[in-house]
Unconditional design. Sequence first.
Lengths: 152, 159
Amino acid sequence: MPDLVTHTTAAWVCGRAWLPRPGLLLLLFGAQLPDLATRVPAILLDHAQARWVLPLHTPVGLLLLCLLLAQAFTVTWRRRAFALLMAGSGTHLLLDAMQENLRGSYHWFFPFSFWNGQLGWFAIEAAVPTIPVQLAVVGVVEFMLRRRRREP
Amino acid sequence: MIDALLWTDRGRGVRAAVFVAALIGSGAYAERHLAGREPAIADLLGDPGRFDGRRVQLITHATEGRDAFGLTLVDGVHRLRVDGEVGHIADGEDVSVEGLFLASLDGAPANRIVQSRVVGHPLRPWKKAVSGTAFVLLVCLMWRAFGRREGGIGPCRTS
């Protein structure tokens, strides 16, 4: 997985221009969700125990998780919350599909198949050194957007 | 029809229970089918005979006790020795390993990985740190942006 800053930045790029703040935050949370649900248990427990949460890093598992989380929202926000969480999770899976390790850790077609292919375009920590650049780009774009909004 | 099934207030608790049950079921399914396909260290040590002579991949594990001939993988309370070239790995660095699991060697219990390829993850501590920071920051922003409303969570204001 790329780090959560990279996942969050990627989702921010996708949603900043057209989503109001609460919606954007849900999109960003969706982008962090797959790793929060699976990597944190893998770090705190062991890899065998963490297999129980592995489906939460697959499209079908995330669909169920986002449906579950959406139920916590008010009726006017429920459908929107689901769509935004799912879209954020989608950007996460897309980025993860591009990385390379000794074997893929993501089962894209679970529960129908345990195939865990990866595109192998970059190493799993390749994005970490680029974080200052990512944050700088976000900062500059955010500054410009706010400034443009303030102009008459 | 789908509206009534997924998004209305009616039956919300039942829906949530169904989703939780489906998630638990999918977890059980993954646990049952992946223990044999992608064994973790606990599986290798729990039933060494089953995996003897099999090539395994162990992804992103902590390590300890690196020496000239290999290192030890750490996974929770489990430890597994890896024999191989680890000159490029720093002491305590997280690694991914591919190699042959040997349950026994010359009749004696071995429980180790041999003929290994060890890939280091030197930036993993940084990755954990920045990821943790990103999560905490997002939770703070969401805490400010959302609140409890009648019927569930909703935005404090729409901007």
